[in-house]
Design a protein around this ligand. Structure first.
Ligand code: PFF
Length: 449
């Protein structure tokens, strides 16, 4: 049977970008920046994206494209003599599960905010009122679970329909619209009287607040943002066309992704300071500030609704890519499973794993693992442990075992591209710099020294 793949070169770019852009930009980046002191965190995150994120993304896509297989089988093919490497793929599938468990919960919040915005329930710039609405939304156990399962059903339906056509086309139109909307919020936010305080918070660094844990968080965010370290980009790489320029595509995705995150930051922080929200408010930050910004402008309610609709759309590409990791594995695992069976198994598994994450804000708020509720635990486990560990082994393999010749052939499309300098730089970084940095940050963040 012929393996599926992305049809066009543009499709390759939009699907990869679709995986990267999502809640990470609009929800996670702003709230983590707010919790970790602002600009200093932003700069560390930027550095981590360039020196750690980009090389790993290139390595993953390269390996997946050569192996033309899912995240676990790829290891079997590229390291046939040592099956220990397969554990990296197994870690990846675990990471995909633990991300989806809380990601689908937050997407559920976004969907509920669409409904509430349209009904006029969010028209207030008062921090107390915004907080009350957010708390009421997340702490209703049955409604939260129902929305989460609804989100899972939606993603499963799209995945069942085969990888892309519908979604590729929709995201091609809706992504630019999201960008347009973000710019509208930015303009509104920047014209608020106390906008400058927000910009200073975002761009004027105070490195005294930075410790090992903060650097680990920033690096974890870089992994989460670029969907790397866990086999997603490997799986997508396996759908890449032979003529796609891997380093260029990865660099474009990284830059576009950073742009969206920065716009989200510029949209949110001026409003946070203007209306007196708490920058360290955590996961509720987006859901409290965005309604405040829109409430104070003409046609705010309509714009607010549209904003949440577009955010929901942006999350779909990311969720599809997360789903695809276990689904592709199950289809190719030799069990003879169809796409349908694999998708249903993944959705049911996630529906169950997601329960404790979703109930972390209500019935299970007191249940903790290592001092974290389940929602935070899944997040910490994936971003701060599984993805950096996976990323470490991926770059060690790409840097030390892939070999110069194969790297050159793969990244230049067998000499069709003239990008020798780029390949030399990549080889140097992926061999010496990235693995060392990831290891140091991981150990330091975990308190090893
Ligand atoms: N990159 C996505 C985001 O920032 O929202 C999240 C994500 C998608 C993480 C796919 C990991 C992944 F494999």
């Amino acid at each position: 049977m012929k393996r599926e793949g992305f049809a066009t070169r543009l499709g390759v770019l939009t699907a990869t970008l679709g995986s990267a852009v999502g809640l990470g930009n609009i929800w996670k980046f702003p709230y983590m920046t707010g919790q970790n002191g602002g600009a200093a965190f932003l700069f560390i995150y930027l550095a981590a994206t360039v020196v750690v994120g980009l090389p790993i993304m290139i390595a993953e896509i390269m390996m997946g494209r050569r192996a033309r297989a899912n995240a676990i089988t790829t290891w079997k093919k590229v390291a046939p003599d040592n099956s220990g490497w397969m554990l990296v793929g197994v870690c990846g599938v675990l990471a995909a599960f633990s991300i989806m468990a809380f990601y689908t919960d937050v997407v559920g919040w976004v969907f509920r905010y669409i409904v509430q915005a349209a009904a006029g329930g969010l028209n207030s710039s008062d921090p107390k009122a915004a907080e009350a609405v957010f708390k009421a939304t997340v702490s209703a156990p049955w409604a939260s679970l129902a929305w989460q399962w609804g989100v899972l059903a939606l993603v499963s339906t799209i995945i069942l329909g085969g990888v892309s056509k519908g979604i590729e086309k929709t995201t091609k139109i809706l992504m630019p619209m999201l960008l347009g909307m973000l710019i509208v919020v930015c303009i509104r936010s920047l014209t608020l009287p106390r906008a400058l305080d927000g910009l200073a918070f975002l761009f004027n660094p105070d490195f005294s607040k930075v410790d090992g844990e903060v650097v680990l968080m920033a690096m974890g965010l870089a992994f989460f943002k670029l969907s790397i370290g866990m086999g997603t980009m490997m799986t997508y790489g396996s759908y890449f066309r032979e003529d796609a320029n891997v380093p260029l595509t990865a660099s474009r995705v990284m830059l576009a992704d950073l742009t969206v995150s920065l716009l989200a930051g510029i949209a949110i922080f001026p409003a946070v300071f203007n209306y007196g929200f708490e920058p360290a408010a955590g996961p509720g930050l987006l859901f409290m500030t965005v309604p405040a910004v829109f409430s104070s402008m003409p046609f705010g309610q309509a714009f607010m609704t549209l904003f949440f609709v577009l955010t929901a759309v942006a999350t779909i590409g990311a969720m599809l890519s997360l789903f695809e990791v276990p689904v592709a594995f199950m289809i190719e695992s030799g069990l003879g499973w169809s796409r349908k069976k694999a998708t249903i198994a993944t959705a049911v598994g996630l529906g169950i794993c997601g329960i404790p994450a979703t109930l972390s804000f209500s019935a299970m708020s007191d249940v903790t693992l290592f001092g974290l509720n389940f929602f935070d635990f899944y997040d910490y486990l994936s971003s701060n442990l599984l993805m950096p560990i996976g990323g470490f082994f991926i770059c060690v393999f790409a840097g030390w075992f892939w070999g110069r010749e194969r790297t050159e052939a793969d990244l230049s499309n067998r000499g069709a591209l003239s990008n020798r300098a780029v390949i030399a730089l990549y080889s140097l970084i992926v061999k010496w710099i990235t693995p060392l940095l990831v290891l140091l940050v991981l150990l330091k963040g975990l308190g090893a020294f």
